[in-house]
Design a protein around this ligand. Structure first.
Ligand SMILES: Nc1ncnc2c1ncn2[C@@H]1O[C@H](COP(=O)(O)OP(=O)(O)OP(=O)(O)O)[C@@H](O)[C@H]1O
Ligand SMILES: Nc1ncnc2c1ncn2[C@@H]1O[C@H](COP(=O)(O)OP(=O)(O)OP(=O)(O)O)[C@@H](O)[C@H]1O
Ligand SMILES: [Mg+2]
Ligand SMILES: [Mg+2]
Lengths: 257, 257
């Protein structure tokens, strides 16, 4: 059952949360039972799907640090259209301290992987949104994951951090999780009119070779408006370029198995 | 002498590095002796100013963890136009492990502040670029700083993290650094044509009241092209909107003292 897909890149603001939310929503719309797991202390995936921070009782902090079983924190999505197929394991502000607290635990890289074991078979896909760093929270995500989607903004700095990310993934594969593979690199905020986007695309294709999604996410203002309504793009504006590109991405992920 | 200004916001991709590099370059162009200090493991400020990662012998990692004096790692900027006024304390990839290593040190929040003491009087301004997190590296930056510039992308998620950032700054002021003040909130990647940008602007002005820079940084492709040439915007394209807005910001910072 459940395929665990991490969405990770330590570079900030590259579209990790936007990808995690919209991929999870498109998979649910395709009637695949999906869990969106938010490990980022900013809890953007949690609020971007319309969950109110004040209504969240327990979060991923309680799972990672207080040994609360994952199924006790899982809530159903507020999006009625896909409520039968999409659940969320919310994050909250306490996760900010989790990285330092985790350093004192035994088997600290395995906390997330161990917590997912008990619910893994309830879902076809488990999508995990990570914070912009390569600290213990992201290492936990990579240790739990079957594969990784790497969103890459079509900008210069986005190229800089790739070798650091790849060597971290290699290290996790050698020492913590031998099964992890690259699901694919995903170009985000792509603007075909600029040389910069096209230059970055050429570099990324060379770097990732076959591990490159055909779907490219264009820069699209509707994608950045949707979270303020707590909705995935397919329910905020199905006719937008953003919605079409994430539906295409979900099709590719489903085709991969 | 030296005013220490942190550029901080845990939200990723909001323009921290772009602001740190271009503000430092504009201050140097105004013949104010400036040090740009890069504490981000991604080392984007270091490469964005044209320093080659392979040529960097020692970095901020060695200062924070190995007690190397800060003056030993400081290099002069490769930008000939401002080489008499701009120095850089580079970051490198080893900083990724620094957060975990710092947890074991005594007075771990003070490591940066203590290291700056010895060189503080050599500069009029010390600008510090921080990583996208509220972990020990950013706490070190806030503990060392006299004031904080908060770049805010004109987007929904950028609003979400502000109360978390403000409570961290308040906590640092209470327990670690009573002198720290907000230098100002700086709107970045602003696109006056979109409702989203204008809505976020209204919210930010309400939130920050007087602590709000008049300068607003527009979305400007030249700003994202400049780092691939290792140049600040005022030398890459002085006629661009990006250059004009950062020159205006530098004037405001100089006016503040
Ligand atoms: N394709 C797109 N077109 C336009 N705006 C986008 C697109 N993708 C994301 N955005 C916006 O860009 C900003 C950054 O995206 P997002 O927050 O998803 O990145 P992230 O990698 O999760 O950031 P962080 O590193 O802080 O976790 C957000 O305000 C989001 O709404
Ligand atoms: N005003 C602007 N107009 C257009 N592009 C911009 C602007 N400011 C920054 N950028 C680009 O947006 C991206 C994010 O900016 P930057 O890297 O400075 O943010 P950051 O907050 O330092 O990110 P991180 O959280 O990863 O440290 C970069 O590719 C940068 O070149
Ligand atoms: Mg995010
Ligand atoms: Mg940066």
């Amino acid at each position: 059952m459940g395929r665990i897909i991490a969405v990770a890149n330590q570079k900030g603001g590259v579209g990790k949360t936007t990808t995690a939310i919209n991929l999870a929503a498109c998979l649910a719309a395709a009637e695949k039972k999906t869990l969106l797991l938010d490990i980022d202390p900013q809890a953007n995936a949690t609020s971007g799907l319309g969950l109110e921070k004040s209504k969240i009782d327990k979060s991923m902090y309680d799972v990672l640090i207080k040994d609360v079983p994952l199924r006790e924190i899982i809530v159903n999505t507020p999006c009625l259209e896909i409520e039968r197929y999409l659940d969320i394991a919310p994050a909250d502000i306490h996760l900010t301290g989790a990285e330092i607290e985790l350093t004192t635990f035994n088997k600290r890289e395995w906390r997330l992987s161990a917590s997912i074991e008990s619910i893994k078979d309830k879902y076809k896909y488990i999508i995990i949104d990570s914070p912009p760093s390569l600290g213990l929270l992201t290492v936990n995500v990579l240790t739990a994951a079957d594969s990784v989607i790497i969103p890459i903004q079509s900008e210069y700095y986005a190229l800089e951090g790739l070798s650091q990310l790849m060597s971290t993934i290699d290290l996790v594969r050698e020492r913590l999780n031998s099964k992890i593979v690259i699901e694919g690199a995903l170009l985000t905020m792509f603007d075909a009119r600029t040389n910069l986007s096209r230059e970055v695309e050429a570099e990324i294709r060379k770097f990732f070779k076959k591990k490159f999604f055909n779907s490219i996410i264009p820069r699209n203002i509707r994608l950045s408006e949707a979270p303020s309504y707590g909705q995935p793009i397919i329910f905020y504006d199905l006719s937008s370029k953003g919605a079409k590109s994430y539906l295409k991405l979900a099709k590719e992920v489903i085709k991969n198995g």
